[in-house]
Unconditional design. Structure first.
Lengths: 209, 215
């Protein structure tokens, strides 16, 4: 292959990889992230996990809402009241897609999300561009498969993070509440003793309480 | 919401980012900065991870591009990158400590327009931040072979991630089991404390009444 072909091939192949990491964002009310989809029919996949920092009463929290809007403005995907989920959709058209997290409660929540837009060249692209080898289609498919494994791992990592927060909170609560309970018990019983002593020491005729 | 026509948008994307070169198709997220207020993104990273990020302010008004300020901080509060009045920039670092790395953006106060500023952030960590051009040049591979090498790197990263998840799971299991045994111990101890406190109460009151010659 001559150099020009190599560079074009490299440029085209570079374009198939989406490079995004699993970022976290704090959602107070609505936070939106935008991502540009270059080709129609691209597979948009991703996941998000809500990392609660101080779960007080636990499973009463309704979770957050997640919406994906297409460039035309209509909602393509909608998940309500969840603490973390995966999503996968096919882009109906190219353009700027909006991924929004909505927090119905006033306590800010931190959401860790990962969005991936994958493009696999199909036979049309191969036929149109003579520099594009059918092997590149296979490589792109392989890369998308590996990306899905990576995405799953990022999801597991985010969930593990959330689990760690819960565990730490449980550990601190167990120690805190137990020590508090002992102190409270001792205080209440000593108060009882003091009260009974007072009852008996103040009255003159102490055989009549 | 970004409302702009496509051709000038593309032109601005191509000419304002020095990072893309011949490939106009790299992906990143866009953030919408309100005129006042900060938007922060964070990521929890462990030690020795390469982070490479690139940010560009995108606007449809060529004459007066709004400027933003960026601040990147490490979990212990060290300032890794700080830039004011910028329309684009790049930062790279290797993590020295494990924890939450925070990148904050805010629109500059003296911006002419009061509209939302859109920032394009390309944040890459670990294997995605690897410089494949140097590898290609050093080992003199190209084309399909380079792509397969990238896939091999991705698989290695997956393996590393899997081992990390395993070690975290075992750490968590240890903490869970410790908490479980602690709950059992503390409940029994609570019963013991209750019994001992009431015995003490009874003994003290008995002594008190004996002293007061009531019993």
């Amino acid at each position: 292959m001559e150099m020009k072909q190599i560079y074009v091939l490299a440029a085209l192949l570079l374009s198939f990889v989406a490079r995004i990491s699993s970022l976290s964002i704090t959602v107070n009310d609505v936070e939106c992230v935008y991502e540009y989809v270059f080709y129609e029919g691209d597979a948009i996949s991703g996941n998000f996990v809500v990392v609660d920092h101080d779960i007080f009463w636990g499973s009463d929290h309704p979770g957050i809402d997640f919406t994906v809007s297409s460039p035309g403005g209509n909602v393509v995907h909608n998940i309500k009241g969840t603490s973390g989920d995966k999503f996968e959709l096919k882009a109906p058209r190219s353009g700027m897609y909006k991924f929004c997290f909505h927090n119905p409660f006033s306590t800010p929540e931190t959401v860790s999300f990962y969005i991936h837009v994958g493009h696999i060249p199909n036979e049309h692209d191969v036929a149109k561009d003579e520099h594009l080898d059918p092997i590149n289609v296979k490589i792109a498919e392989l890369r998308e498969a590996l990306e899905s494994v990576t995405a799953e791992q990022k999801y597991l990592r985010a969930r593990d993070n959330r689990h760690r927060h819960t565990n730490e909170s449980t550990r601190k609560r167990v120690i805190g509440y137990t020590v508090g309970e002992y102190i409270l018990l001792a205080a209440v019983s000593s108060l009882q003793v003091l009260y009974i002593r007072r009852l008996f020491s103040k009255s003159v005729s102490y055989n009549r309480v | 919401m970004i409302t702009m026509k496509l051709p000038p948008f593309f032109a601005i994307l191509l000419c304002t980012s020095p990072f893309w070169g011949n490939a106009p198709v790299t992906e990143a997220i866009w953030l919408n900065l309100p005129p006042s207020g900060t938007k922060c993104v964070s990521e929890e990273l462990h030690n020795n991870v390469v982070v490479l990020a690139d940010y560009v302010v995108v606007s449809d008004d060529h004459s007066s591009a709004p400027t933003i300020s960026v601040k990147v901080s490490s979990p212990y509060g060290n300032n890794l990158h700080h830039k004011e009045n910028a329309t684009h920039g790049q930062f790279a670092f290797t993590t020295q400590e494990a924890g939450n790395y925070l990148a904050c953006f805010w629109a500059d106060a003296h911006n002419p327009s009061k509209a939302d500023v859109s920032v394009n952030l390309d944040w890459k960590t670990g294997i995605a931040a690897k410089d494949w051009e140097t590898v290609a040049r050093k080992e003199k591979i190209e084309g399909v072979e380079l792509e397969l090498k990238k896939l091999e790197g991705a698989v290695e990263a997956i393996h590393e991630n899997l081992l990390y998840l395993k070690s975290r799971e075992s750490e968590m299991r240890i903490v869970s089991e410790k908490t479980n045994s602690r709950v059992a111990w503390f409940s029994i101890m609570s019963l013991g404390v209750c019994i001992s406190v009431s015995v003490l109460q009874l003994w003290h009151l008995k002594r008190f009444f004996q002293k007061k010659k009531l019993i």
